[in-house]
Design a protein around this ligand. Structure first.
Ligand SMILES: Cc1ncc(COP(=O)(O)O)c(C=O)c1O
Length: 329
């Protein structure tokens, strides 16, 4: 799977890391508690996004931010669209929060279901876009509709946005509308999940958030320095852009070849994966048997939805997937 090994497999990335890694090592704690907004990683991210620092919060991976937001005591009820990244339901389950799950195959389905629920201004609705489940991205119009239908705040998890057709995602909207919270992760964009860096963008004023819940110093000095160096290195950023474009074309190759397959449904994905969604358990199991010894294949049965997630890597991998699936007919 590309995401697991790209830092080791790509010669340029490997050389870069070897060259600078000693600069990243520092056993000291360089965080200024009295001047949190001076944090160098926060400053770098704010500059690159051209956003006021006050609206950005750093976390040790977007997972930390998700956990913190879900556990704030300010929500009356939390709504989650399913199937979703498991951390959302795990947090809800453990903390006995007032919640409601909205199970749906497509973004349109979701909006239709949302019309039937009652919400208040103190509720929180969580979606991922592109969706963790299918890679479908909510269109700007769909987000507009959601904001009209739903009365509370909207957490939009943009972990996979770098692989979408709108890399800027919904940041502009978050800067205009304080009901929106955007979650971003460096794990997917830079294949750097081990460095544990994520950020939240919101204008929503949540008292004490930066002080108490999301201390930026939860990110190690090593990771922060690594990311600052990377974000300032145009050549490296170019490598990532090219890698992402390559993955997108290998993803679309699978989609275009298999979209009319009668054994499963595929929704057009804007993530670095593609999901095959099954109606019949027999086809689901058979397809998994055909693919299971390849890297990056995951099988899920969630809320009665059976799907196989294929994490995209090189062209050879996409061709093998297509070839194996042809045996399903
Ligand atoms: C939708 C979604 N959100 C968040 C995360 C967590 O990412 P991080 O490594 O930044 O904690 C993942 C990881 O798989 C994910 O799929």
């Amino acid at each position: 799977m590309a995401s697991a090994s790209i830092w080791k497999d790509n010669k340029v990335l490997k050389k870069w890391l070897k060259k600078y890694q000693m600069d990243f090592v520092d056993g000291n704690f360089n965080y200024d508690m009295n001047n949190q907004l001076s944090d160098p990683l926060l400053t770098t991210i704010a500059e690159k996004l051209n956003i006021n620092k006050e609206y950005i919060y750093l976390g040790a991976g977007s997972s930390q931010l998700i956990t913190v937001i879900l556990n704030l005591k300010i929500w009356n009820k939390i709504f989650i669209s399913l199937p979703e990244f498991g951390l959302y339901t795990r947090n809800i389950g453990l903390n006995n929060v007032n919640s409601e799950m909205i199970s749906c195959l497509t973004a349109n389905d979701f909006i239709n279901q949302l019309r039937k629920i009652k919400s208040t201004k103190d509720d929180l609705l969580c979606i991922s876009s592109p969706r963790w489940f299918s890679g479908e991205r909510f269109t700007d119009k769909q987000i507009e509709d959601i904001l009209l239908i739903f009365n509370g705040s909207l957490l939009i998890d943009e972990a996979y946005i770098a692989f979408s057709n709108k890399k800027s995602g919904l940041v502009d909207l978050a800067l205009k509308n304080d009901r929106i919270l955007i979650i971003r992760s460096m794990s997917k964009t830079y294949f750097a999940s081990g460095f544990r860096i994520g950020y939240l963008i919101t204008k929503k004023e949540i008292s004490g958030l930066r002080n108490t819940f999301i201390a930026p110093h939860s990110i190690s000095t090593y990771s922060a320095r690594f990311m600052i160096k990377l974000l300032n290195d145009k050549k490296m950023l170019n490598i990532f852009n090219n890698t992402i474009e390559y993955i997108k074309s290998n993803r679309d190759l699978i989609y275009e070849t298999l979209k009319h397959n009668k054994k499963f449904m595929i929704i057009k994905s804007e993530g670095n994966f593609i999901s095959l969604i099954f109606k019949k358990e027999k086809d689901f199991n058979k397809c998994y048997d055909l693919l299971s010894n390849l890297p990056g294949i995951q099988k899920f049965k969630m809320n009665d939805i059976m799907f196989i997630k294929v994490w995209i890597s090189d062209e050879k991998f996409s061709k093998i997937v297509i070839e194996r699936i042809s045996k399903l007919e």
